[in-house]
Design a binder for this molecule. Sequence first.
Ligand code: TYM
Length: 337
Amino acid sequence: KQRILTGITTTGTPHLGNYVGAIRPAIEASHNSENDSFLFLADYHALIKCQEPKLVHQSTKEVAATWLALGLDTDNTVFYRQSDIREIPELTWLLSCVCGKGLMNRAHAYKGAVDANVANDEDPDKAITMGLFSYPVLMAADIVMFGANKVPVGKDQIQHVEMARDMAQRFNHIYASKKQPILTLPEYVVDDNVAVLQGLDGRKMSKSYGNTIPLFLTEKQLQKHINKIQTNLLEPGEAKDPDTSTVFQIWQAFANEAQTAEMRQAFADGIGWGDAKKRLFALINEEIGEARERYNELLKQPEEIEAELQKGAEKARKYSQTMMEKVRQSVGIYGLK
Ligand code: TYM
């Protein structure tokens, strides 16, 4: 049996990129009883980016409501909040003690932050927290705690899953026998069709670029956001190149093959940008419309959301407590008998 695990940082409202890259495939997997899936809200990770307690809290609620509204099967899937699993920060420390500092120096997210600081004339050593620097270690703990072998993520997270694999390997090398590894080596899974969804400006859709289309906008706001997708100046009647178009790229992520072929033809035939965007709106709205209603209902009943998370935490702790017991033993941290 495959153990599939993925997480989503609870900063801001989930956007179409998160949906296409992570939430949708994870929800599909949650209905497949062949799989054994774990899904969690990475609220400790959120603290790296957000130091406003109210926002951290609100976001956790919104992200949880998003997954539930989209039909996550919480009987078949362990759905929990990272911070409810107290063993995770503990394992993070133990992994920190086997993780070379150089590995963290190479993390894209960290290097990106350094470059951004330098560009702004800021001192990275002052601006960057240890949380940001060592965030791949926390992520590794998330993954290996539950013995996950498949980690569905967007392309931006591939490196982190590889780092988790490195840490697990190193841990096993030091503490486990060859025949009986303690930690499972995870592999990333990226859906190539939809790997990186583009945002309004054509760059990767990302909270940090401010170019996102939030998932559960009202219909009016959704249309408005879609209208903001940047296009070139070609007029209706002029043939357009689908492969350099963000409108087409997002279309592809929501369309079936026939619809994609149809839109490709419409581009060749010179569909106007206004038209193409209206059709894109209808396509997305059809996929998420019902879930949007459930989402709005759930936000009015946070105790229902909390009950789901508690149910998940209980299931998750069964695994994390057993794993931590084993890991503590292996490193020599246990009672003096
Ligand atoms: P986060 O919260 O930034 O993103 C959640 C997931 O969405 C994917 N994603 C995208 N996919 C396609 N197109 C996009 N534009 C796009 N933007 C985001 C991300 O790749 C990710 O899969 N550190 C992780 C959360 C995390 C995690 C974990 C994931 C913490 N622990 C353990 C897996 C396993 C993060 O910040 O993702």
